[in-house]
Design a protein around this ligand. Structure first.
Ligand code: ATP
Length: 351
């Protein structure tokens, strides 16, 4: 296990396109960090730069405290695990896993010990002599993982490894990856565009947008205290409403005057609240932070019903509410209360 530090990384491709700008990130030994963001935000470029497949245009990369900025991929003590598995089709499961150590000249006894323990750890002992095309997608993914781990890398870099798997299998394999990571002990950097995967797997999540890091934090922090409108909207669902600061935690918004538990930060431009943060109240209720509207449509989701509510200010669009239990019908007039401590303030874009 080793730490990884990226300091001031930028990447400009040969065609002049700047894919990464000012990336600063420190990953602790044994930490599981995901890079999360929409398609094209630079996740894969950052991963490949950390792995050494791309040269950083500026900045410095350290692994285990050693400067590896100019080192080729095989000298970085990292391994990559891809979505396409990249298994050798003509080699058996065991030969695929043993390939790296064999090439590297690891002594035979040591190779055999590694192979046996990896086959057991990824639960493929019964399939050791099969060719990859005889395996299911989940099993192939486990071979790819074992092959990456066979070189005992300090840092494993995962590029959307589960995107070829169906939803149920993804969940299973992601639990297996986490369990293996704890058992074997390696530092993991994991690219995904799937919010729930990032929240479920990570010690910390790095949210990227437009080649920059928007926010880094534990999953609970990212969800409960998004710093930007982009993070709020990309992770979970958010209602975003512009405001004017009236002082003392009071704000004027198109939804009416509201009181927040904390005053807005100086650079905030929206209030943000989650669909589940509201409580439906009696239509006549006249208390603080009560907002009125009309249900435009509703979608039953099992654990809750999602309502889209028009609140009078057409420019604002519809607000999303999640209601557990019996939900009002389309066309119903509703009143809901927003808790003062549920109102967050977010900035509109990158600092
Ligand atoms: P996805 O989730 O779709 O894989 P990503 O966040 O991993 O997206 P990257 O593959 O890192 O995104 O690409 C970031 C940006 O850099 C994109 O706009 C892409 O078109 C651009 N890009 C990637 N590779 C190159 C290249 N070799 N030359 C020029 N531009 C590139």
């Amino acid at each position: 296990m080793a730490s990884l530090a990226a300091k001031g990384i930028s990447k400009v491709f040969e065609d002049g396109f700047q894919a990464l700008t000012d990336i600063d990130l420190v990953v602790e030994p044994g930490e599981f960090v995901t890079l999360l963001g929409p398609s094209g935000c630079g996740k894969t470029t950052l991963l490949k730069t950390l792995a050494g497949f791309y040269d950083a245009t500026t900045g410095r990369i350290e692994i285990g405290g050693t400067d590896v900025t100019a080192a080729p991929p095989e000298k970085r003590d990292t391994a990559m695990c891809f979505q396409s598995y990249a298994l050798f089709p003509h080699l058996t499961v065991a030969e695929n896993i043993d390939f790296g150590p064999r090439q590297a000249g690891v002594p035979k006894a040591e190779r055999r010990a590694r192979l046996e323990s990896l086959l057991r750890q990824v639960d493929l002992e019964a399939h050791r002599d099969k060719l990859p095309n005889r395996l299911s997608g989940g099993q192939q993914q486990r071979v790819a993982l074992a092959r990456a781990l066979a070189m005992r890398p300090a840092v494993v870099l995962f590029d959307e490894p589960l995107s070829n798997l169906d939803a149920k299998l993804r969940e299973q394999v992601r639990r297996e990856i986490r369990a293996l990571q704890k058992e074997i002990g390696f530092t993991a950097i994991y690219v995904t565009h799937d919010q729930s995967e990032a929240l479920a797997m990570s010690d910390r999540v790095v949210v990227m947008q437009g080649g920059r890091i928007d926010q880094v934090g534990r999953p609970e922090e990212i969800y409960a205290r998004p710093e930007t409108a982009f993070v709020a909207d990309f992770i979970g669902a958010a209602n975003l409403v512009p405001f004017e600061d009236l002082g003392g935690g009071r704000v004027k918004t198109p939804l009416g005057e509201l009181r927040a538990a904390v005053p807005p930060a100086g650079n905030a431009s929206f209030i943000c609240w989650r669909p589940e943060d509201v409580e439906l109240v009696e239509a006549g209720a006249a208390s603080e932070n009560v907002i009125r509207g009309v249900v435009r449509d509703r979608a039953y989701q099992g654990a809750h019903t999602e309502l889209h509510v028009a609140t009078g200010d057409a420019d604002l669009g519809l607000q999303r509410l999640h209601v557990a239990g019996a939900a009002p019908a389309e066309g119903a007039e509703v009143a809901f209360r927003l808790g003062a401590d549920q109102i967050r303030f977010v900035r509109s874009a990158l600092a």
